[in-house]
Design a protein around this ligand. Structure first.
Ligand SMILES: *[C@@H]1O[C@H](CO)[C@@H](O)[C@H](O)[C@H]1NC(C)=O
Ligand SMILES: *[C@@H]1O[C@H](CO)[C@@H](O)[C@H](O)[C@H]1NC(C)=O
Ligand SMILES: *[C@@H]1O[C@H](CO)[C@@H](O)[C@H](O)[C@H]1NC(C)=O
Length: 335
């Protein structure tokens, strides 16, 4: 059955978030100063009415970050491009559908017995991981997870670092149950590239960050997929093997409110779910390790290089944290 529903991206964390109390916060001058600096840094301009509204939201986020960072947690939070937005607002602006179910990704990956190295980082092995990209306000995380995995696969197999076209996947991969800015799955995008006979480069098919008409030209395809490895549901150890021995791995997980403000350290949550029907964001595991007794994944995100730790985050490994082992896959390139 090909009834995999679309995987929602960046904005799905809003679902179920309670609307914030409307009572105005009393904002001190330090907080105002920080908001103004943040506005300059992020090139924000508001009408004076909107300014007060944004200031309130910013201060509320800032205080959450402060409280978190003063607590005993394995990760730190910080301001970022999302800091002037409340959950309720973004919900109205960006939300299209419910978090989706990725458990229909059929597995075909056969795991060995290990043991595996205690750590791995494809970024340090050579030029195998492309720079962090930015999906903007489009639920296209799945296309960035896909191009990131294939860019690495091609680099590992051939030594060539390409930059591949997310927009082609947004525009053209619908027949494989993907839905452009409304979501999709990396495993289904790899299938699309396999049967479509290739994917073009970022230079010939630039990213727009919105749904548009398919402009694929087969003669301009520069990367190809020969096979897709789908890892068995909830087999996180198989993900370790795949990352250790073969390739960075595309996976999905459930993003909740606190994740948006992640800055550094090992992300861990007790509020997210572990089931495949709750995942709402796709990313790319490029390595793993362990710090102070906590095993983690090293993960490339698609919210630009200023988000998190230079565009990356660490997330706790070995517990199917936020359902991260629900639908992992990677492409076998044809080179
Ligand atoms: C912080 O949390 C860790 C792990 O839960 C615990 O071992 C440690 O004692 C805590 N430290 C403080 C100061 O509460
Ligand atoms: C998710 O998909 C699986 C397999 O298709 C199905 O068994 C399960 O009931 C679905 N869960 C939800 C919440 O739709
Ligand atoms: C891998 O998963 C995709 C998408 O869910 C599916 O279409 C494909 O048939 C699976 N591949 C294998 C070899 O089972």
């Amino acid at each position: 059955m090909r009834a995999v529903l679309p995987l929602l991206c960046a904005w799905a964390w809003l679902l179920g978030a309670p609307a914030r109390a409307a009572a105005a916060l009393s904002v001190n001058s330090l907080e105002k100063f920080h908001f103004k600096s943040w506005m300059v840094q992020h090139q924000k301009k508001y009408s004076s009415e909107e300014y007060h509204h944004r200031l309130q939201t910013f201060v509320s986020n800032w205080r959450k970050i402060d409280a978190h960072n003063n607590g005993n947690h394995t990760f730190k939070m910080a301001l970022n491009q999302f800091s002037d937005m409340s959950f309720a607002e973004i919900k109205q602006k960006y939300l299209w559908s419910e978090p989706q179910n990725c458990s229909a990704t059929k597995s075909n990956y056969l795991r060995g017995t290990g043991p595996y190295p205690t750590s791995m980082d494809w970024r340090k092995k050579g030029n195998f991981v492309s720079p962090v990209k930015n999906q903007g306000a489009c639920g296209s995380c799945w296309t960035f997870s896909t191009t990131g995995a294939l860019e690495s696969a091609v680099a590992i197999a051939s030594g060539k670092m390409l930059s591949l076209a997310e927009q082609q996947l947004v525009d053209c991969a619908q027949n494989f149950n993907n839905h452009g800015c409304q979501g999709g799955l990396p495993s289904q995008a790899f299938e699309y590239i396999l049967y479509n006979k290739g994917i073009m480069g970022e230079d010939t098919y630039p990213y727009l960050g919105k749904d548009s008409k398919c402009k694929f030209h087969p003669e301009k395809a520069i990367a190809f997929v020969k096979d897709v490895a789908n890892i068995t549901l909830n087999d996180e150890e198989a993900m370790v093997e795949a990352v250790a021995l073969y390739n960075p791995v595309s996976f999905a997980f459930e993003v909740t409110e606190d994740f948006m403000m992640y800055k550094s350290g090992v992300y861990s949550s007790t509020s997210c779910h572990k089931t495949p029907d709750k995942v709402n964001h796709a990313v790319l595991a490029v390595g793993y390790g362990e710090k102070n007794g906590i095993p983690y994944w090293i993960v490339k995100n698609s919210w630009g290089s200023h988000w998190g730790k230079d565009g990356y985050f660490l997330i706790e490994r070995g517990k199917n944290m936020c359902g991260l082992a629900a639908c992992a896959s990677y492409p076998i390139p044809q080179v």
